[in-house]
Design a protein around this ligand. Sequence first.
Ligand code: SAM
Length: 224
Amino acid sequence: MSEPTWDVQDGAIVERPRNVRKHPLLHRIYERHDELLAEQLPAGRTLELAFGQHMHPRADIGLEGWPSNAETVRKPALAGDARALPFGDDSFDAVIGRRFLHHVPPADRPEILRETARVLRPGGRVALLEGTPGLYRKLTKGAAFRLGLLEEDTDIYGHLSETAVTDLVSDSFTIIEKQTLGSPLMLASISESDASARLLDLYERTQFVKWWTLVVGERPESVA
Ligand SMILES: C[S@@+](CC[C@H](N)C(=O)[O-])C[C@H]1O[C@@H](n2cnc3c(N)ncnc32)[C@H](O)[C@@H]1O
């Protein structure tokens, strides 16, 4: 019997996600996101929450709900829960979290932002990247399931609108950047063929198709 690849822990969907290195176009897209985040974040000690199988090159340490992700990532990492961070106050200059808030029950998400603010120094920054709901996502994912490209849909809580991400961040942070990132080539990005990477240029030129929201917040002097 094959190993399970996901589970629900205290309501959070933890999983062994796709290894982006096996998907040339997706890997290039992740690298683009890494560059974009590096432009937004201050230098210094950086934590990545819920990194899956890809940690930002600048991250010093990661924290993951699915323990084997922390064992195989080839960077310092801990198994743990983003709702209760095992770090002291003011320990980091930057915190990154990508595509994971939608795995946590809505009522628990504010606690993640409060914990993030607690472990960041004043002036430190958080960058969150979340999938945006909408008709395009619905149709594209529907096609992916029908084509057998996606096997299981673990997105039981649904995705967060740009407003939902911004509201969560603004409760604990001063918003300093908001961007829409496109990914109109979702079906191709699942491909394992090297040829898929040739679509990167098309991906760059079609960024207006909303797929992800990036929100960056700065920690004020004091936090609630
Ligand atoms: C869709 S994956 C995204 C992984 C990675 N950030 C990426 O963008 O490829 C969501 C990740 O969130 C992790 N996760 C979910 N709830 C969590 C929690 N409460 N604490 C820590 N990690 C969590 C899952 O184990 C999974 O690796």
